[in-house]
Design a protein around this ligand. Structure first.
Ligand code: UDP
Length: 249
């Protein structure tokens, strides 16, 4: 797929969702990465958490609306698109996008690793350089307040990165990429949750069977006590989808 080709875009709860699969996403991002104009682009991988949270946070919803590409991260979004738009939407999860870009572009890729606890981005960068041969443009942990946003954005800008992995938790990462996109100036900026932890080996990737079925969240919620409070939020999402469906008749 070429970036000039129109991408079908749905609306789910007033947020956009692009109908694009993993291979199409990798091809499109490859074009953005190699464009000498270095036009900045933001990518959101939509999940139920984002839909639920963004209803309470207008700046978060706006960051998703302004994103250049919004893919379906998991089965929750596939379900919502089917229920509300009667459409089969393919998935393009954040981890698969990042890994696919690294596999396709190797050393051409100048990656900035932004996020996770101090020390984790260093390990992720080392592993990605060893496993995929990517060039490390820079790194920074994800625990800083809004007063430091400008300083970190300039650090990223000066690094000459072509790919920015922003992994600071849902909401914070999308708003940061969108609000600072002009300063960041990176051709592909993606909000990608726990991806830096997975690359570093401090978090395990969900097992293949859950990934195949698109239900990684079941494994993540079950395996991590801190996430147990998220299960009710997912039920809340199913209820929201049903209510929206009834509302639309
Ligand atoms: N994280 C961060 N800064 C924060 C909060 C979280 O860098 O202020 C990192 C965290 O260390 C982890 C990633 O963001 O690497 C995803 O965090 P979490 O799983 O809590 O967020 P989710 O995206 O699942 O909401």
């Amino acid at each position: 797929m070429s970036s000039s080709a129109p991408r079908p875009r749905l609306r789910l709860f007033d947020l956009p969702l692009d109908v694009i699969d993993l291979q199409g996403t990798l091809t499109l991002l490859g074009e953005w990465l190699s464009d000498p104009a270095r036009t900045p682009h933001t990518v959101v991988t939509l999940n139920p958490e984002i839909i639920v949270q963004s209803r309470q946070h207008p700046e978060f919803a706006q960051a998703v609306r302004d994103a250049d590409l919004v893919t379906a991260d998991g089965v929750g979004i596939v379900y919502a698109a089917k229920q509300l738009r009667q459409q089969d939407v393919p998935r393009a999860p954040g981890f698969d996008i990042v890994k696919g870009l690294m596999e396709r572009h190797g050393a051409e890729l100048r990656v900035f690793f932004l996020g996770a606890k101090p020390g984790v981005a260093e390990a992720a960068a080392q592993n990605a350089a060893r496993d995929y041969g990517v060039t490390v443009a820079g790194l920074h942990h994800g625990y800083f307040g809004p007063e430091d946003d400008g300083r970190v954005a300039r650090l990223v800008s000066e690094s000459g990165a072509t790919l920015l992995l922003t992994a600071m938790g849902a909401g914070r990462q999308e708003v940061f990429n969108q609000q600072w996109r002009g300063v960041l100036g990176v051709p592909v900026m993606i909000g990608c949750g726990g991806v830096i932890d997975v690359l570093a080996g401090t978090a395990e990737l969900a097992p293949a069977w859950t990934r195949r079925l698109g239900v990684e969240w079941v494994w993540r919620v079950a395996g991590d006590r801190k996430r147990w409070n998220r299960a009710p939020r997912l039920l809340h999402f199913v209820r929201l989808v049903r209510a929206e469906r009834r509302r639309k008749g």
